[in-house]
Structures are given as structure tokens and as C-alpha cells.
Ligand binder design. Structure first.
Ligand code: ZN
Length: 308
């Protein structure tokens, strides 16, 4: 106690008077969440970083994901999975979850999908994970999906970059080369009105990602997975390069918590602790860029900023 300066007591007392002991966060949008299934939680990958573990069931995964969103003031989450499991998460928090399908593209029947968008059950195309099928995002088999998204003005998220070490043993068609962001280019030119975001910042394809972002203003990127799975240094140096290239208004926060809801907090804190980012740049990444990309209304934005 002897090391505390007198003003410390003032702030502690003020915080206690306000009924809280830590500063509350400004609102955050997480553009890359997933639901989970019971079977996936039983098998799948071992816990990838120390101190986190998988929930025992899909129901618990939903509860823990929403609890982490509460804790970090994540006011909107873009979540994808198969249609049944993502609907469970959406129904648990319909005001805070926008749903998409990360399973079944290609394959899902287009007219059925159109009716899911019309009903509001789906609001996002993807995460399109065709890379796991060894497909380029510009492959003709994906055309009906991107055409549908463009016609409905629904943004599309495309998995790009890398995956887990050893992924081809469980997903034998996965190819790193199909995650090169340059492969988006033909699709982008076929669908010039489609808003697209590149998952995982296209990591490690830095120059290719900068090239696509420089030429196509309708493209953004998310920080997901590498903001908690990798050690911070490669993620932060990649992020710094994007900022240095003037792309700070195109980067959206994503966690991609997959089976591990606690990863959401690690990902938020990685951005918050990035010493080279200004407070304004952090706000852009954690909220403003996504609010603009997703075309949130002034009313929605004002509501998100109401104090908790
Ligand atoms: Zn994902």
C-alpha cells in the first residue's frame, strides 16, 4: 500500500462509487465468430493455446460465447456454421448475432438460401471456406453464391491464408495456395457491387493483401484467428505493415473463436495492447470500420454506444 500515490485512492473510491472496479469498454463488433456442434466439440483439434478449453456441448458453447460478448461489450457478432447450429446461436441473441453459413458452400441449394436471407435468418454469405475443398474463390462452382449475395446486397466473408498445422490430414483437399488473396480478383470483377472481406487478413500473404485492398475499395479484412492463435509478434508486425500502407480504415476486428469462447477475450486484448496503434486506430479496428462496412444506421450506432 505504501507505494500507492494519494490520487490512486481517489480513482479507486470513484470506481467503487460508480459500482465497478474496472473501466467499461467502448462497444466492439466481432465480424468472425462461429457456432459449434456437439460432435465437433467431442473431437477436433486439441486446445491450441494454454489456459483455454472447449465447452462440453454446443449449448454451453452458445452460452459461453454470449457471456464473452457481454464481458467485452461486443454489441454485434457475425457468426457462421451449419444452418442448424448457427440458428441456435442467433436465436439466443437475435439482436446481436448476424448469421451466415460456413458449411455447405458450395452445395447448399440456392433458392433455399435465398429464402433464409429473405426471412432474416441469414444476413451474411459465408464464411466461404471453399479453400478447404481446394477451390479458388473465383471457381465457377461458387458463382451462384456470390451472385446471390451481390443481388441481395449481402456482404461475403472468404477464408484466405493458412489453417492449422497438419490440416490436410483431416481436410485432404485444403491448399495454402488456394488462400492467396489474388485469387479473389476474377470474382471481384464479376461482382463489382459485392462487399467482400478477407478472413484472417490474408495472413501470411501480406503483399497480395495490400494489392487487393489498394485496387478494390469494396474489400476489407478481418484480424481473426491470428490475433490469438499465433504468438503476437508475427500478427502485430503484419498489422503494422497494413497500417503503414494506409489501410487502417479497412481492418475489422474478428476473433474466430471456433471451439474456444475464451479466445474472444484474448483476441480483443491483443488489439487493445498493440502499442503502435493510436486510440483512434484501435476504435476503428474494434468498431468503426465494421460499422461502416456493414452499413449500420446512425440509430444502430447510437444504440451500441449507450452506456451499459
Ligand atoms: Zn472462421
Amino acid at each position: 500500500m505504501k507505494f500507492l500515490k494519494p490520487w490512486t485512492f481517489f480513482f479507486v473510491a470513484a470506481a467503487v462509487c460508480l459500482g465497478r472496479t474496472e473501466p467499461s469498454r467502448q462497444p466492439i463488433i466481432d465480424v468472425h465468430l462461429h457456432s459449434a456442434s456437439d460432435s465437433a466439440l467431442k473431437g477436433g483439434w486439441p486446445d491450441p493455446v494454454p489456459g483455454i478449453s472447449k465447452p462440453a456441448s454446443a449449448r454451453e458453447h452458445t452460452q459461453q460465447t454470449l457471456a464473452m460478448m457481454d464481458r467485452y461489450n461486443i454489441v454485434l457478432g457475425i457468426a457462421s456454421y451449419d444452418s442448424e447450429n448457427v440458428e441456435r446461436l442467433r436465436l439466443a441473441a437475435p439482436d446481436r448475432i448476424w448469421a451466415g453459413l460456413s458449411y455447405g458452400i458450395p452445395g447448399f441449394e440456392i433458392e433455399k438460401m435465398r429464402s433464409l436471407y429473405k426471412s432474416g435468418k441469414l444476413r451474411i454469405m459465408g464464411e466461404v471456406c471453399a479453400q478447404y475443398d481446394g477451390l479458388s474463390p473465383s471457381d465457377p462452382v461458387l458463382e451462384p453464391y456470390f451472385a446471390l449475395a451481390e443481388s441481395l446486397d449481402v456482404p461475403a466473408c472468404v477464408h484466405m491464408g493458412v489453417s492449422f498445422s497438419g490440416i490436410t490430414q483431416s481436410a485432404p483437399k485444403f491448399r495454402v495456395s488456394m488462400g492467396n488473396p489474388l485469387l479473389l480478383e476474377e470474382m471481384l470483377n464479376r461482382h463489382p457491387k459485392l462487399r467482400v472481406w478477407i478472413a484472417h487478413m490474408g495472413f501470411p500473404y501480406l503483399q497480395e493483401t495490400i494489392g487487393i485492398l489498394s485496387v478494390y475499395p469494396q474489400v476489407s479484412i478481418d484480424t481473426s484467428a491470428i490475433d490469438w492463435l499465433a504468438s503476437p509478434e508475427p500478427f502485430l508486425s503484419y498489422l503494422k505493415e497494413l497500417i503503414k500502407n494506409g489501410l487502417g480504415d479497412r481492418i475489422m476486428f474478428g476473433s474466430d473463436q471456433m471451439d474456444w469462447p475464451e479466445a474472444i477475450g484474448i483476441a480483443v486484448e491483443t488489439i487493445e495492447k498493440a502499442a503502435f496503434l493510436t486510440a483512434e486506430q484501435k476504435r476503428d479496428i474494434l468498431y468503426n470500420n465494421a460499422a461502416r462496412f456493414l452499413r449500420l444506421s446512425p440509430e444502430q450506432i447510437a444504440k451500441h454506444h449507450e452506456s451499459r
